[in-house]
Design a protein around this ligand. Structure first.
Ligand SMILES: O=C(O)CCC(=O)C(=O)O
Length: 423
């Protein structure tokens, strides 16, 4: 069902009494294949691509200088002729190999907390391969000063979108309320009664707040900026939950790389390495319903409700890593990892996403899989282009009706928000 090469568990995942992952040895890893395929693709590009690459290089230098600092960029697959199947086993093997380049004691069955992490090491060891908590990003954001009072005083009358639960997670109802009302009741929650403000427009539509949440070195290369505005995903969701509130167990839209910044409070996470969809009762053929369609990978299992998950016997065989995310920690969740978050106490966080050299093929393949564009429309030389140029060409080929639908939906949403604000 899901686009990964192998549905068996990752090689480094072993049972350890519980289904949390255990530490294993890293010896005897096969060498990664990236270097040899990079060499052969460069050899076959020919002089035409040399000229093309020079021209593109000049353009790209303006947008992503660091892209050109890389010696070569691997384009392993021609999306115009064959589906891209992300081989997570190979990603794990490459990670293992790359780890040996750095002097850090990696937790290869759990989460690392990193500060001063160089971009090269991030790409080599974590991005597209393994989650990581980065501990020195959020401190530089103005958002670290966010308090209840600040929001009540400045935005108290504004409506926010939230889900409220009385009972089980699957009985959640959605509502829009003035922010101050939500905050008045924020301390009233129990394991079965809780509220979760999950609003993806609140920050992007308020530039004064949006600018308080910065990007980071690790997310600067973001090919979503090459998407036409009308279908570009909102990239800064405000998440403010009472104790016990939680998300569902899911993979993000388009299978992007997700980020989550905890500003106040504490989140508990369960993250499932790829290849375990069959253990998570994922409903097949669900779509997200966005103008640029995508498949939806959601599990009905509430992993934080012990009564619930015993109903799913296969779930007990699934492997995951579990950890707490503290204020000031920035989490990066690679493509293909099912994840669920649980707010241990009142928690303010901001989630986002990115698309870069390491996951762009995963994302473009998801867009093809959802029938937005026929593969045969991609030009034969598609794979010879640099990654951002592949994205640009891909976007330029999207049918106009998708863009028109995107424009219509965006203007309706903005109108709705403005109407509600005036009420
Ligand atoms: O913090 C949360 O509740 C989870 C958010 C999340 O998983 C997402 O934005 O994809």
């Amino acid at each position: 069902m899901f686009g990964f090469a192998c549905s068996r568990q990752g090689r480094r995942i072993f049972r350890n009494g519980s289904n949390k992952m255990s530490r294993t040895k890293r010896a005897g890893m096969p060498p990664g294949k990236l270097n040899s395929s990079t060499k052969s693709s460069v050899q076959t590009w020919g002089p035409f691509c040399g000229i093309l690459a020079t021209v593109m290089g000049i353009c790209l230098h303006i947008q992503w200088p660091e892209l050109l600092q890389e010696k070569q960029i691997d384009t392993p697959v021609n999306l115009s002729t064959s589906p891209y199947v992300f081989d997570f086993q190979e990603a794990f093997a490459t990670r293992d190999e790359n780890m040996q380049k750095y002097d850090f004691k990696y937790n290869d069955a759990g989460i690392d907390r990193r500060s001063g992490l160089k971009l090269e090491e991030f790409w080599d060891v974590y991005d597209g391969k393994w989650p990581v908590l980065i501990t020195d990003i959020i401190q530089k954001w103005e958002a670290v000063n966010w308090t209840r009072d600040y929001f009540v005083n400045n935005y108290g009358e504004e409506r926010v979108v939230m889900k409220a639960v009385h009972g089980k997670l699957n009985q959640a109802s959605s509502l829009a309320l003035p922010l101050k009302l939500f905050l008045q009741h924020i301390e009233e929650s129990s394991p079965t009664t809780w509220t979760y403000l999950e609003d993806e427009l609140f920050l992007p539509l308020r530039p004064d707040l949006y600018k308080q949440v910065q990007t980071s070195t690790y997310t600067t290369e973001n090919f979503f900026s090459l998407f036409p505005q009308e279908i570009r995903p909102w990239d800064c969701m405000l998440l403010w939950g009472t104790a016990y509130s939680r998300s569902s167990l899911h993979i993000d839209p388009y299978n992007w790389t997700g980020t989550n910044a905890v500003i106040k409070g504490k989140k508990r996470w369960k993250l499932f390495p790829p290849g375990q969809d069959h253990l998570l009762s994922v409903k097949p053929n669900k779509m997200c319903g966005f103008p640029l369609e995508c498949r939806k990978y959601n599990s009905p299992i509430d992993t934080f409700d012990s009564e619930e998950y015993t109903k799913y016997p296969q779930y007990k065989k699934a492997h995951y890593i579990e950890f707490d995310q503290n204020p000031g920690e920035f989490l990066v969740i690679p493509s293909g990892w099912f994840h669920q978050a649980y707010n241990v106490e009142e928690t303010i966080a901001v989630s986002g996403q990115f698309m870069n050299r390491n996951n762009y093929l995963v994302i473009l393949e998801e867009i093809l899989k959802a029938d937005n564009l026929k593969r045969s429309r991609l030009p034969a030389h598609f794979h010879t282009l640099l990654p951002p140029d592949q994205v640009k060409v891909f976007m330029s080929l999207l049918p106009q009706k998708i863009l028109a639908h995107g424009r219509e939906v965006t203007s309706q949403v903005i109108k709705q928000v403005e109407t509600v604000r005036k009420q």
